[in-house]
Structure formats: C-alpha cells, structure tokens
Design a protein around this ligand. Structure first.
Ligand SMILES: [Zn+2]
Length: 310
C-alpha cells in the first residue's frame, strides 16, 4: 500500500466563471474524464466516480484572514490546526512557532518511525542548498518537515539520474531559469508516467508543485492556463501508469489562488482534494475529511495499522 501525495500550491475551488477562473476556462480532458464530466470548481464536490473522488477541504480553519502557505502546509503535515494555534494564518516560510511544530513531529517523521519509506521527490538546485547552508534562506514547510525526519533533499545529481523531478515537471525551468543546459527534459505526459514509477520506490512519496501559486500571484491568465494544461497531461501519464491496487494518489492544496485572476492574493475558497485509486481506499481515506487538518490522520489511516495510529 502506497500513497503518492501530489501537492499543488495555491489551488482553490472557485466560481464556475471562465472570465475569472482559469480552472473553469481551460479544457482539462484528463480531469474531466476522471470526474466523468466534473470540473475543479466550486459546487461540484463531493463527486465519486469509477476512478476518482473529489472533496472540498476548508483551508480557513475557523481563523479569520486569508490562508497562507506555511500554516496551511504545516496543518496538512501534522493534522494540527496550526492557524488556530498561532491565532493567524502565516507564510510563505515557516516562522519560529511553525518550525517548532514541524520539528516536534510531522507526516514524514511519523511514517518513518513506523518503518515506512518516505521521499520528497523534488530536485533542489545547488543554489538552494547554498542558501540553506548560509542561513539566508529557510526551506518551505514541506522540505523542512522532510529534513526533520532525516530525509535527504534530492539534488541536481538525482535529477540527472532520473530519481527526482523538476518542480515544473518538465525540466524546462532547470534549463531556462536556472541555466543547467544538460537538465533532462520530459514532456508532461512522460513526467506523469515517471512520477508513478519513482513513487514505487516509496511507501509515501510527496511532490511539491508551486507554479500554480506563482501564476495566481502574477494574475496572468495565459500562464495559468498553460500550467493547468501541463498538470492535466502529467495526470494523464500518472493515471495511466498507476495501478489502483497499489494505493492512492492524493492531490490537494494549502489555499486558493490560481482560481481567481481578479486578485493577486490568496483566496478563502476551499481547496480540492482529488483522490485517484481503488474505491475502497478512497472511501477509507475520505472519512471525516473536511479540512486541511484531516489529511494527516487520513494518510496514517491508509498507510498504518490501526494500533500504530495514536
Ligand atoms: Zn502564495
């Protein structure tokens, strides 16, 4: 039994209005097939089809203000309502209290302690490690959680060897933004297939994609559309390779953003929770799952025996 957690930063369920919401304006054939005509917009969930389940998760967590990445991700990673504990939504990078929460225990540490093999599949460029070493830059909540579990963040070498992924899936960013002309390139479909293959090395594999949030902040509908089309193709390759009996694919987010081109800011919209895999597993995972804090216990319920879950 394995879980692949594909985390998408800044994706909410917004109005079914093509003028404002790229998720309503863009044809996403793989998502539409998975949801049997359903779309990633407000008012559709819950949907349960032959292949997938779509739920909506509250990201506001009864705390006023606009959800932010560090507190939202830390909630996903710990099951603690971090914004409520802090009294605010906070981000993008973890502040001291969030760092302490992640250090105290998180998804990676819990699963690793239970003997599960965990991996964060993103490849990080050399400059990222230099910044971390210099103390001038903090890792995001997800990388921080993985580090606290003693996992090694994957490197350029891992990317070259096909053991890790570029955050944009295709590797174009490594070539064009980071200047590594020899970075491997894949089309999105190949990247999706590869994601399924690499996930097979782990009981719990996580991948963090943040272009969705960046596009939301930039308010560029064309960029948003392109990212969504890429993602849809990645999902096509991934679902073609994935064997339902091997486990679940979980796709969710920390807060809304890309679904509203009317504002550069995050939104208070619920986020999608898209589950792909065996129906029984999807139902087991979905029990009592209503907000970001429900993801951690759902993952433990799926991957651990009842006596291992405290
Ligand atoms: Zn953001």
């Amino acid at each position: 039994m394995r879980l692949l957690f594909l985390f998408l930063d800044g994706v909410g369920l917004g109005a079914d209005n093509p003028g404002e919401n790229p998720l309503a304006a863009t044809q996403l054939p793989v998502v539409e097939t998975l949801l049997e005509g359903g779309k990633l917009v407000a008012g559709q969930a819950p949907i349960e089809t032959q292949q997938a389940t779509l739920l909506e998760l509250d990201a506001c967590l009864n705390v006023p203000g606009i959800p932010q990445s560090a507190s939202g991700q830390a909630t996903l990673l710990t099951g603690i309502n971090v914004p409520a504990l802090l009294g605010e939504h906070y981000g993008p990078k973890p502040n001291r209290p969030i760092q302490a929460i992640l250090e105290n225990g998180n998804l990676f540490t819990t699963l690793k302690r239970a003997g599960k093999k965990c991996g964060l599949l993103n490849a990080f460029p050399p400059g990222y490690f230099q910044f971390l070493d210099s103390g001038r830059r903090l890792p995001g909540a997800i990388a921080m959680a993985a580090l606290h579990a003693g996992l090694k963040l994957k490197t350029r070498q891992d990317l070259m060897e096909g053991k890790a992924f570029s955050a944009d899936f295709t590797g174009i960013g490594w070539r064009e933004v980071l200047g590594f002309d020899d970075a491997p390139l894949m089309n999105p479909r190949e990247a999706g297939e590869k994601l399924a293959w690499i996930a097979r090395d782990y009981d719990f594999a996580m991948f963090e994609h943040w272009s969705t949030d960046v596009a939301g902040h930039r308010q560029d509908p064309d960029e948003a559309k392109e990212i969504l089309i890429t993602l849809d193709s990645v999902l096509g390759g991934l679902t073609e390779q994935w064997q339902n009996k091997e486990g679940l694919i979980l796709i969710t987010s920390d807060h809304g953003n890309i679904e509203t081109m009317d504002s550069r800011r995050h939104t208070t919209n619920p986020v999608p929770c898209l589950l792909i895999g065996d129906l029984e597993l999807r139902r087991k995972f979905s029990q009592d799952l209503h907000n970001l804090a429900g993801i951690y216990p759902a993952i433990l319920r799926l991957l651990l025996q009842p006596e291992e879950v405290d």
